[in-house]
Design a protein around this ligand. Structure first.
Ligand code: PLP
Length: 403
């Protein structure tokens, strides 16, 4: 059967180059080659995020959760009013972190599979503004990995900007796979982790902060915990960008080498001398095409999605409802066919669906993608839901191979 293929929404399959970089013996954080890799990675983040030249890229050892915590503590004072756009499990985690950081948290909550409309978010911001109690910040999850719902990030950011609120996106399951135009959209913090659509191993928290976000930190009355404090870290990131080593806390040197390789694969596509912007456009288009092909396959198998409408369905993963008569045993039956997928995560519907990640390097591996479609189809059959496996594979290929 060969090695199983990892099709969960992170960690994901690594490319051979990223794997090789990750397996390097950890270099000194002062080694010239490491200084170069770290500095280059920070520079390239601006490119992948499409962030302004005066934005600050940030990399620390940790996960997406740590990146979320950093945003909460560096932007807000106790009592600041924040609006959390809740599309699922990770939005709720953000709300809890903000409460613990002392913020006055207001939520606009969608049913599982739905997103609050940008119009409703604009109305909440407008009402608060009119009442003389404006929101200091809006927090939204670009793709909520628990539902596979992608919010309309551009429209939400436009409303936040209109009412003078900082805009923060938890883009852990999006950055590198979903369209993002940080500067043009006016987002202030876009954060992610290394093990999702960026294509690295787990272990790094990554953020890009706008000048307004840095200004918010500068104006805080309460200092963040030192290990989370952007002021402790920023001189380090700036030094590495200038190709000088610096120390506050030891960087995860092997992971940074892997990140450097992963970012290099994103910004330098195989098409020689394609400009880097074109590289991002190509990357997003590949994720869209792959997701579209999977959706065609799921439809052919008689499956429906958790996202309530096609425009809400993320391109980085599929959240798929179990059909009548099938339950969470499906995940194990798929696993027995050499494909690792994930169960449900949203507490309200946990037992009703499963999740298939399709981001990063694996989306270029057609045999693994077809194996995934067939594994799902055959496992459904084993559990009594007869499904046309070869039709689903053909539906997949039809969209995947489309020009
Ligand atoms: C995975 C994920 C997180 C948490 O990241 P960890 O690295 O597991 O801490 C947060 N938000 C979203 C949207 C995620 O997909």
């Amino acid at each position: 059967m060969g090695a199983p293929v990892l099709m969960i929404p992170g960690p994901i399959e690594l490319s051979p180059r990223v794997l090789e970089a990750a397996a390097t013996a950890p270099p000194s954080h002062l080694a010239p080659s490491f200084v170069e890799a770290y500095g280059r990675s920070l520079e390239r983040m601006r490119h992948v995020w499409r962030a302004a030249d005066d934005s600050q890229p940030m990399v620390v050892a940790g996960g997406g959760t740590l990146a979320m915590e950093m945003a909460a503590w560096n932007l807000l004072d106790p009592g600041d009013r924040v609006l959390v756009v809740s599309t699922g499990y990770f939005s709720e985690r953000m709300a809890e972190m903000l409460r613990r950081a002392g913020a006055d948290v207001h939520e606009i909550v969608a049913l599982p599979g739905e997103s609050p409309s940008p119009h409703a978010i604009g109305a909440a911001l407008s009402d608060a503004h009119a009442a003389g109690q404006p929101f200091r910040a809006v927090f939204a999850t670009h793709v909520d990995t628990s539902t596979g719902v992608r919010v309309d990030a551009r429209a939400i950011a436009a409303h936040a900007r209109e009412y003078g609120a900082l805009m923060v996106f938890d883009a852990v399951c999006a950055t590198g796979g979903e369209r993002l135009d940080m500067a043009a959209w006016g987002a202030d913090v876009v954060l992610t982790a290394s093990q999702k659509a960026l294509g690295g191993p787990p272990g790094l928290a990554l953020l890009v902060a706008s000048p307004d976000a840095l200004e918010a930190r500068a104006r805080l009355r309460r200092l963040p915990p030192l290990a989370l404090d952007w002021h402790a870290w920023t001189p380090i990131w700036r030094a590495y960008e200038e190709r000088r080593p610096a120390y506050f806390s030891t960087p995860a040197t092997s992971l940074v080498l892997a990140l450097d390789a992963a970012l290099d694969e994103i910004v330098s596509p195989s098409a020689v001398d394609a400009p880097a912007d074109r590289a991002m456009a190509t990357r997003f288009a590949q994720h869209e095409r792959t997701a579209d092909a999977f959706r065609a396959a799921w439809a052919a198998l008689g499956l429906s999605l958790v996202p309530a409408r096609p425009e809400l369905a993320a391109n980085t993963l599929s959240a798929i409802r179990y059909p009548e008569g099938v339950d969470a045993r499906l995940v194990g039956a798929i696993g027995q066919r050499g494909v690792v997928v994930a169960g449900g995560l949203h507490p309200a519907i946990r037992d009703q669906y499963f999740r298939v990640g399709h981001m990063g390097h694996v989306i270029s591996r057609e045999p693994d993608l077809l194996r995934t479609v067939r594994a799902v189809g055959e496992a459904l059959g084993e559990l009594g839901h007869e499904a046309p496996v070869e039709e689903a594979a053909a539906a997949f290929l039809d969209r995947y191979a489309a020009p």
